[in-house]
Design a protein around this ligand. Structure first.
Ligand code: FRU
Length: 541
């Protein structure tokens, strides 16, 4: 049967929700059950509440399927565009990237291309749930003001029907190439079908999908195989992916290519760390000076601290890539010791800085107070990473200073001060034995406690409106003074400790009037700046 006839019998392209290509067959899932009786050559079934019509694939080509995917993507964009209208919400950040509606997770495709910064994010437009992900495209000239460009990629094709999953971008003279994982779920068992896909944009605005460049999984891995990062080294392109072995251990999968299109599997790396989690997600790779680093999200790592129960972690490893293209893990650290930092990506600015952005949220969490306003999660402040005296240090990108109001000197004490805002920068030294209460009213507060006995900085969000997630993080510190730069933005706090040697990133939800700050254990001098951002522009321009 031809694809045209299948589409016609399914009620036309407007009635098609998605296309699937299980082995030897083509399936279309429809919005409304098919209008008329079907010929015997079509089988119809209900799969998890979705009506699916299937035929044998016959001579239906990839190009025909792609053309149908293109039509479905137009409909998907039309349906999702109204969800780019931001819902008002007192939790909405003023200078962090947050979804206008729906759910955001990983940043994607962060790159400098053709004179501008490009950043995409994983987006489910319709509710605060992890469902069929889209890529939203933002652009900026200054790393501060981000302009929504388009819904760049939608889950319109047989190879990404259940999500255009995470990936990176490569800037070339002939345009912007993006690589991502196509996520597909088949049948009642929701069997996962994973491919690595490519799309191209000549003008940096419109993206044309080229489909999978890697269709088959290598030996020894499960379908948890995703999140391509591409880089050039040793005269070839490398693609690194997060992988899970059939023994359910996380590894780094590596492919090589001469041309970005033809990819050959090399091997899995990371045996020397094992056991180190059941899956590694979202690898990133970059150099700082002469050193190379791998960032990834190992899942399922246990922590000795009983307060730290969440297995979705972040790590950075100093690495070498030798002349035989082999990766070696040298030493690793936690990148962020807060509650909400996952799936970061980085990019090099034209003046040579390595700038990173992460997802300020965690897998599994789908219920927070902002869901009442129709959105959940956000991205972190952009931060610059440096390698300094054998350590990774992080600082908010210098461009954030452009958001600062006038510098104000404050003396914090046990008499609370009403800052009248939750979007600010605060710099201070927190003596051991003292405590800072932020985003506070009579019932709620976030507490930063310098516990002198345990020598930990404790971030306590137990007295907030948080609905899911851990409430205490403890960071051991071996220092005489704790210097803090705190960035606050409506429903988040990012705490840069001891000049960026450590960072604690967290979403915090307190009522709109919780704008007070108090210091317990002695007066503390602080420098305060209002941070006033018009960070994102809507609607699409
Ligand atoms: C990490 C992640 C990625 C995946 C994406 C899907 O948060 O699970 O591994 O590509 O989210 O949205």
């Amino acid at each position: 049967m031809s694809l045209e006839l299948l589409v016609e019998l399914a009620g036309g392209v407007n009635n098609i929700r998605r296309i699937l290509a299980p082995a030897g067959r083509i399936t279309v899932a429809v919005h409304q059950p098919e209008p008329s009786p079907l010929p015997e050559t079509i089988s119809a079934e209900w799969v998890l509440g979705e009506r699916q019509l299937s035929v044998t694939r016959g001579d239906i080509t990839d190009a025909q399927l792609r053309a149908l995917g293109e039509q479905i993507s137009i409909k998907q964009r039309e349906a999702a565009t109204p969800h780019l209208e931001p819902q008002s919400s007192h939790y909405r950040p003023t200078w962090h990237i947050a979804p206008p509606q729906g759910l955001v997770n990983d940043p994607n495709g962060f790159v400098y291309h053709d004179g501008a910064y490009h950043l995409f994010y994983q987006w489910y437009p319709y509710s605060c749930e992890h469902k069929d992900k889209h890529w939203v495209h933002l652009k900026s000239n200054d790393l501060i003001n981000w302009h929504h460009q388009s819904i760049a990629l939608t889950p319109s094709d047989w190879f990404d029907s259940h999500g255009v999953f995470s990936g990176h971008a490569v800037s070339q003279d002939d345009g912007l190439w993006v690589f991502y994982t196509g996520n597909v779920r088949l049948g009642e068992e929701r069997y996962r079908q994973t491919t690595q896909c490519m799309a191209h944009s000549v003008d940096g605005k419109t993206f044309v999908k080229h489909g999978p460049v890697i269709r088959e999984l290598p030996e020894g891995v499960t379908e948890h195989f995703r999140d391509p990062k591409i880089f050039y080294a040793n005269d070839k392109w490398f693609m690194i992916l997060g992988a899970q072995t059939t023994a359910l251990e996380g590894r780094l999968a590596v492919y090589h290519s001469p041309d970005l299109i033809h990819w050959t599997f090399d091997k899995l790396y990371g045996d020397e760390l094992a056991p180190f989690g059941y899956m590694w997600e979202c690898p990133d790779w970059f150099t700082l000076g002469d050193e190379s680093f791998l960032v990834f999200g190992p899942q399922g790592i246990k922590d000795d601290n009983p307060h730290h129960t969440i297995g979705h972690q972040n790590r950075i490893f100093r690495m070498t890539l030798d002349e035989h293209d082999a990766f070696h893990f040298i030493e690793g650290w936690q990148l962020d010791a807060g509650f909400d930092f996952y799936a970061p990506q980085s990019m090099q600015t034209p003046d040579g800085r390595r700038v990173m952005v992460g997802w300020m949220g965690l897998p599994d969490e789908v219920n927070q107070p902002s869901c009442e306003d129709g959105w959940i999660h956000q991205l972190t402040t952009l931060r610059e990473l440096r390698w300094q005296d054998g350590r990774i240090v992080q600082a908010p990108v210098q461009e954030i200073r452009d958001l600062r109001g006038a510098e104000q000197a404050l003396t914090l004490s046990n008499t609370s001060i009403d800052l009248g805002t939750k979007s600010f920068e605060l710099q201070l030294t927190l003596p051991w034995g003292s405590e800072l209460q932020l985003m506070q009213n009579s019932d709620y507060a976030v507490r930063l406690i310098a516990d002198e006995k345990l020598r930990v900085l404790r971030f306590d969000r137990s007295q907030t409106e948080l609905r899911e997630g851990d409430v205490i993080r403890e960071l051991p510190l071996d220092c005489t003074d704790i210097t803090l730069t705190i960035l606050a933005d409506s429903s988040s706090l990012e705490v840069f400790i001891n000049h960026g040697e450590k960072v604690m990133t967290s979403r915090v939800f307190t009522p709109a009037d919780a704008t007070k700050i108090t210091a317990l254990g002695g007066a503390i001098d602080a420098t305060f700046y209002l941070l006033n951002g018009s960070f994102q522009t809507y609607p699409l321009s």
